[in-house]
Design a binder for this molecule. Structure first.
Ligand SMILES: [Zn+2]
Length: 66
């Protein structure tokens, strides 16, 4: 079905619209899910916090990604 295919393509295009370009290196930022240790402030031990970040060459090393 050609119509269904174009509808799917449109949806994909809508998703891609959220792309962000880094103002520094002018490269497209990749969405990344990083897990960081988060201090709980009590003695229950260490917790981890998931954080969505946009990654490019500028902050890749900083985030521990290679
Ligand atoms: Zn950059």
């Amino acid at each position: 079905m050609a119509k269904d295919r174009s509808f799917t393509a449109k949806l994909a295009h809508e998703t891609l619209r959220h792309r962000v370009t880094c103002p520094v290196c002018n490269k497209e930022l990749e969405p990344y899910l990083v897990v960081r240790p988060a201090s709980t402030g009590d003695s229950s031990g260490q917790r981890f916090r998931k954080q969505r970040v946009k990654v490019c060459a500028c902050n890749r090393a900083e985030l521990g990604l290679s």
